[in-house]
Design a protein around this ligand. Sequence first.
Ligand SMILES: Cc1cc2nc3c(=O)[nH]c(=O)nc-3n(C[C@H](O)[C@H](O)[C@H](O)COP(=O)(O)OP(=O)(O)OC[C@H]3O[C@@H](n4cnc5c(N)ncnc54)[C@H](O)[C@@H]3O)c2cc1C
Length: 465
Amino acid sequence: MKHIVIVGGGFAGTATAAQLVQQLEQPVQLSLINPEPTFLTGTAYQPYATRLLLNVNAAKMSLFPDQPEHFVNWVMTRPQYSNLPQHFVAQAFLPRALYGEYIKQIWQQTVHAAQSKAIKLRHVPATIIACKPHQQQFLLSMDNTQQLCADIVVLANGNQLPGNRVLPDASFARSTFYLQNPWQRLPETLLNNTKPVLILGNGLTMADTVLSLRQHGITQPIISLSRHGYAMLPHRHNGLTYPDFSTELLAATSLRQLVKIVHQHIRLVRQLGISAEPVIDAIRPYTQQLWRRLSGADKQRFLSKIRHLWGVARHRLPLHIHDYLQHLQLEGSLRVYAGKLVQLQQQADGVQVQFIERKSHQQHQLNVAAVINCTGPETDWRNLPHHFICQMLEDGLLQQDKFQLGIAADVDSFMVLNRHGQAQPALFTLGSNLRGELWESTAVNELRSQAQKLATQIIKQLSVT
Ligand SMILES: Cc1cc2nc3c(=O)[nH]c(=O)nc-3n(C[C@H](O)[C@H](O)[C@H](O)COP(=O)(O)OP(=O)(O)OC[C@H]3O[C@@H](n4cnc5c(N)ncnc54)[C@H](O)[C@@H]3O)c2cc1C
């Protein structure tokens, strides 16, 4: 019996398993490897702070691309939502923990469906530490000292923790006052402290962290420091859709032309007093196509000049969360700076911070209780020397994409490219690993389609091996 191993049992791994079980007509062994605490939920859907919400409305969160109402229908069966109008629920930003429950339910259903098809489906609570070719298979080593042989491997390992490159001195990473993982439980030292908390970064993770700190009773001031300090945007025009202008977009032959077209449309809606968000949302279904058409030089230009602005326009907050953050800023308990971090020095009871403000060049010095890294996931595998993907990179089993955003792959077949650029028929990937190939490859609506197509591809591959 062939053995398929999925490394990572977050959303992408679970959706791939669900699709495989739906589509398979032959018995196989199917193992999902994921350490227990994040199994099924990944980092995104197991928030310990219940105030954290999905940043996409419920209507777009079904796990199955061909059943778009699947999530909303499931929500309507829950007692706390069943008395609400369904179209209201569909437009709402629901709790992320609720979405975690949804994935767990799908896993249970997948386990039952597998039993009825004689598919041996199991979860292995472990972390993969190495993956090597072994005869015609792959040999995977786990942190529990056990090993597995696989005929097909799917890399669904998702996002990494934020990178430490942002720290002026790498040794600060060992400080007890530093949290590299912004989703971990807050240490006790923070709870009984009056000094401010410094958050590095100014995006959605910063917003999550502010909400978590306040929910856990941490009332001291919060300071956010990022290079640009762009103001986050809310989902202001929820439900207002701008007409599809993809024909114009797809006819553009350069980044410059694309930017010009988008600006023309934004100017049009602004005449009506409406901000750019509906225009940005209309581009969203085409971003992968647009990215793939750009030349290497234009992709590089996008990454160095437009990436952060695009990120702000694209990753928005539910309106009431945005209002709450604005309120904190107005009362002065959240201060947002654009600037350059110069020094982080551990003291007996906290950290001394120095940074230079971007516009005024003013130097600031302050003492904080802790520093939390919210700068976004590390994507360059060379900075993660202990990760099994880095080992595979060194062994030539895979290569990074040109922009060090993930793994090089053939995005039509999901096959990973080896050191020589050859697609490997038994090694697949999806999700964040494809960021360099597709740019947008992390949200549920992208991952669910990838999982469906990948399952079809794997089944095709099983028939030829
Ligand atoms: C805080 C947050 C909020 C988000 N909110 C939304 C939202 O509202 N809507 C939306 O569409 N998208 C959202 N996203 C995007 C989100 O990344 C995707 O929706 C999706 O959860 C990603 O799933 P994944 O399986 O690719 O990655 P992950 O969820 O990161 O799962 C990967 C899993 O692989 C495991 N793993 C990693 N390495 C190994 C290894 N070596 N061995 C074994 N297991 C391993 C990890 O433990 C993890 O459980 C959010 C992301 C974050 C971080």
